[in-house]
Design a protein around this ligand. Sequence first.
Ligand code: SF4
Ligand code: SF4
Length: 425
Amino acid sequence: MDFKKLPPVQEQLMKCVRCGKCRSVCPVFAEVGIETTAPRGHVFMVQMLRDGKVEPTNEVYERLGQCLLCETCSINCPSGIDVHELNAAARSYIYDNNPSVGKELLFETLWTKPAMLRSSARVMSAAQKLGLQSLARKTGLTKILPGDLKEAEQMMDNIPSKSARSRLSEINLAREEKKYTVGYFLGCGTDLFSPNVAVAAVDVLTRNGCEVIIPKDMKCCGLPHIANGKIETAQKLAAHNIKVLNAYDFDYIVTDCASCSSALSRKNMEFLFAGLKIEDAALALSEKVLDLTVFLIDVLDIRLPQKKTAEKIRVTYHDPCHLANAQLIKDHPRELLRRIPGIQLAEMKAPNTCCGGSGTYSTTHYEMSMKILDKKMDNAMETGAKILTTCCPSCIMQLSYGCKRHNWDVQVLHPVELLSRYYQS
Ligand code: SF4
Ligand code: SF4
């Protein structure tokens, strides 16, 4: 990958007018207050890397790596600079010059092979049940993995023993007159950590006239790779998924994971493939992709029957960055919740600020992640909600950990789980 040829690096660096608007909205800068952690500082750093004034060292990676890639700066930049893309591009450039065994093992060997990833999750789940996590640490294997495994263990202390893939069929027929053939993009997070979300999504879709196909050969959407300096691997994963998904004649492709829908979006396809031969196929795919909540509202216009038994329940909603910032989707999840009889939506303060999860960030930058999470939890708890909802498995994991950390006894769910429960009640 030629870092200097990536579209944001070629086209956007000179547009920065150093106004500092991005700095005023950055959750990491709010905690640290040092210019090198601010988005404006990152833009400057990328420029120096491009011009060869700074060497691509691990120290520079560490500075850029403090960013959550939450995209808050990008949507607030008056010059329209995709600061997060510049940051991700620079991370890859630096990583290519300083590869590490641990990252290769995790992101190249494991995370590109769904069957192996699933087996690892099964092993972790079994190890948790047997209390054997310390064994992995003692073997020394964990020392080479990126991030702090001790913290990661705390975050992932309840891995389901069965993946969504093992609970769902490849083809799920419509349960009423068929309206659409829908490809369901089953992301790694939903598959391994939130399988109930996938089961609920398929339940709701098939009840509403969709034949849901979950293609067997799909791989990770590649977003974790982009965040961890491996853009070339993300390109390979996306190219694979484009080939697999474009071979079907889907009316739509839906996903319940904000990160996956942003990875499959036109914007990200342009970032990965602008000017390359595969670009047209990539854009053709992204044309069909919709976040599940958008599909349920805009395409199916889902309406639920009133039931006498519908209990009133207070629910709050957290905006995932990859939905609210990356795709400007805020209304659809809320509208979906409002359409479920009995649900009373209680907005939290600053629902659109990052929860600090950001995929692997909570394990690579645990302390910063917790500072940001604690603010989010204060705002969520203030609502007095009984259920906390969001549309991203990474946020679900982070917020569930936040609830435990703050002894807040609520469920953390995707809105589609409430929808499915309502149908079944
Ligand atoms: S908001 Fe945009 S133009 Fe202003 S300093 Fe940040 S990156 Fe530069
Ligand atoms: S993406 Fe988020 S964390 Fe990163 S610099 Fe921008 S606002 Fe800050």
